[in-house]
Design a protein around this ligand. Structure first.
Ligand code: GLV
Length: 328
């Protein structure tokens, strides 16, 4: 009998087809809850789980006592309670690296869109307001030759830096737990051990750090106050890393110039979120990795992780080595 695998939310077709060759795949759409009888029943004897956006915690795992692996279709895994997953003896995996360039493109695009006010000016043209020479108050600010501060210089942060350095002649500052000598050498980047030093000196502050208890509300009132009044803030990490109320205040009171946000404290964000009412905020709906090619590749990698685990092999992107060590 084929082993059962439950797929949840955006697991792309090529990955579903691949999994179906070997497993009894049960697919559930975004929003399915543990109260759904079929979902609950399938989880009872599922050995694999693949998906994104759902919190995998003790309660979920108690509904799925036979799971060997939970495979996230995402590099960030703040939706995983790693302690609970490991306690249940379940392997956890994510999808690093294959999305780096795609996310960097999206975040850099958001930065340019915010600096040059592209969405606002798109509305201006489409609303028929372009009836005279563009008024000065609609002008944006330059990106090239400015200073970009990257908070969280992991793999994605570094490819954002690469675009900034080679494409836009920007000076790069970075703040990270550890120094990145390669980034300093290749991108002429300067390490800021203190976050405040980066905030004070940057024209663009790009937040790319993972969401952990330590990075929760890393950017709040004090941090926005440290930024230049002419600076732009970009969030490409997770909503939890930013105190949204403090950000809205900083934008309203002119502590900072503008913000580009791909992620929100609550997703999907509510239409009532005060940030959405501000002209100096540009938003995208968490699209960092959302291109057809990259979403397919992430789903396929996540499927490979499931397959390896259920065939008794070490999944390539294992996050909790201790579970594997306990097994082999
Ligand atoms: C996207 O946000 C990811 O973590 O893969």
């Amino acid at each position: 009998m084929k082993k059962k695998v439950v797929a949840y939310s955006r697991v792309r077709k090529p990955a579903q087809e691949k999994l179906t060759e070997k497993f009894d795949l049960r697919v559930y759409p975004y929003g399915t809850e543990l109260t759904d009888e079929n979902f609950k029943k399938d989880l009872q004897d599922a050995e694999g789980y693949i998906g994104l956006e759902k919190n995998i915690d003790d309660e979920f795992l108690r509904h799925a006592p036979n799971l060997k692996i939970v495979s996230n279709v995402s590099v960030g895994y703040d939706n995983f309670d790693m302690e609970a997953i490991t306690k249940h003896g379940v392997m956890a995996t994510n999808t690093p690296d294959i999305l780096n360039d795609t996310v960097a493109d999206a975040i850099f695009g958001l930065l340019i869109a915010t600096a040059r006010r592209i969405p606002e000016l798109d509305r201006y043209v489409k609303n028929g307001e372009w009836t005279e020479s563009l008024p000065d108050e609609k002008f944006g600010i330059d990106v090239h030759h400015k200073t970009l501060g990257i908070i969280g210089a992991g793999r994605i942060g570094q490819v954002i830096g690469k675009r900034a350095h080679f494409g836009f002649d920007m000076d790069i500052l970075y703040h990270n737990r550890s120094r990145k000598p390669e980034m300093e050498e290749k991108l002429n980047a300067t390490y800021c051990e203190q976050l405040d030093d980066l905030l004070e000196a940057s024209d663009y502050v790009c937040l790319m750090t993972p969401s952990t208890p330590e990075t929760r509300h890393l950017m709040s009132s004090d941090q926005f106050k440290k930024m230049k009044k002419t600076a732009i803030f970009i969030n490409g990490s997770r909503g939890a890393t930013v105190d949204e109320a403090a950000l809205a205040e900083a934008l309203q009171t002119g502590e900072i110039l503008a913000a580009g946000l791909d992620v929100f404290e609550e997703e999907p964000t509510s239409p009532d979120n005060p940030l959405l009412k501000l002209d100096n905020v540009v938003t995208t709906p968490h699209i960092g990795s959302s291109t057809d090619e990259t979403e397919d590749n992430m789903s396929l990698l996540a499927a490979d992780n499931v397959t390896a685990a259920l065939e008794g092999k070490r999944p390539p992107n294992l996050l909790n080595e201790e579970v594997w060590e306990g097994k082999s």
